[in-house]
Write a protein that binds this ligand. Structure first.
Ligand SMILES: C[S@@+](CC[C@H](N)C(=O)[O-])C[C@H]1O[C@@H](n2cnc3c(N)ncnc32)[C@H](O)[C@@H]1O
Length: 217
């Protein structure tokens, strides 16, 4: 079977070893998904190279692209579905979900603006299927480059860096019991402090270079 990188190189996506070297990481998490039926949304289409790669690599998956640029509607053919709107427009995002159903994989390769990365994750991650993955790409932009990341916070890190790395606290259900049983820690009624925002739905997180993964519980 062709590797994701081989398929990606053929479609000239910058996720391949042509540029970012992300596809080996995708392969490691999605190696058992190649023959599976599932729904993948990518925020950010550009010329459609990555959508075409996903469709070829995962022929049974429903591949959905979202982009703010209307020109992107013309770059892919069915069965790939394209929706035009912003990753920060909750009404639009919900209308897409109403049409396509519950997503298993969401990839944020959109604006790369730190605030948008946080906004889309906050809105979409709770609406994903258990066992699915939310992927944030090109964090070298949204978490570090000032034009994307915005002003640094008091610890010298960006808001996006602090938000996403801060999710460790949510995964750990920090301070709620000295055991590795997250279900118990989340559900134990007498413990304080309050269960953090994503504890009930975020199973774990993986930080690769410029590529962050969040697994839905
Ligand atoms: C890096 S490109 C996507 C590349 C594509 N995923 C690929 O790998 O071939 C980023 C895309 O995000 C789109 N974009 C920028 N801001 C956006 C927003 N607020 N909502 C949705 N898409 C946005 C741009 O129009 C551009 O097409």
């Amino acid at each position: 079977m062709e590797t994701l990188d081989e398929i990606g190189l053929r479609h000239k996506t910058d996720k391949s070893t042509m540029t970012h070297h992300y596809l080996g990481v995708y392969e490691s998490y999605l190696k058992d998904w190649r023959d599976k039926e599932f729904t993948l949304i990518e925020l950010g289409i550009a010329a459609g190279n990555s959508l075409k790669m996903w469709h070829q690599a995962f022929p049974k998956a429903k591949i959905i692209g979202i982009d703010i640029n209307p020109d992107c509607a013309g770059y892919c053919e069915p069965p790939i579905e394209v929706y035009i709107g912003s990753q920060t427009d909750t009404v639009f995002l919900d209308s897409v979900l109403a049409k396509i159903g519950v997503p298993d994989v969401i990839i944020d390769d959109g604006s790369h603006v730190g605030a948008d990365m946080i906004f889309s994750f906050r809105h979409l991650f709770p609406k994903m299927k258990a066992g699915g993955f939310y992927v944030v790409e090109d964090t070298h932009a949204g978490a570090y480059i000032p034009t994307y990341a915005g002003e640094m916070e008091s610890n010298g890190r960006s808001k996006a860096f602090n938000f996403f790395t801060g999710l460790v606290y949510d995964v750990d259900v920090a301070g709620r019991g000295s055991c590795g049983n997250a279900e118990f820690c989340i559900n134990h009624p007498s413990e304080t402090p309050a269960v953090p925002e994503f504890s009930r739905i975020l199973e774990c997180a993986f930080f690769h270079c410029s590529l962050w993964w969040f697994k839905r519980r």
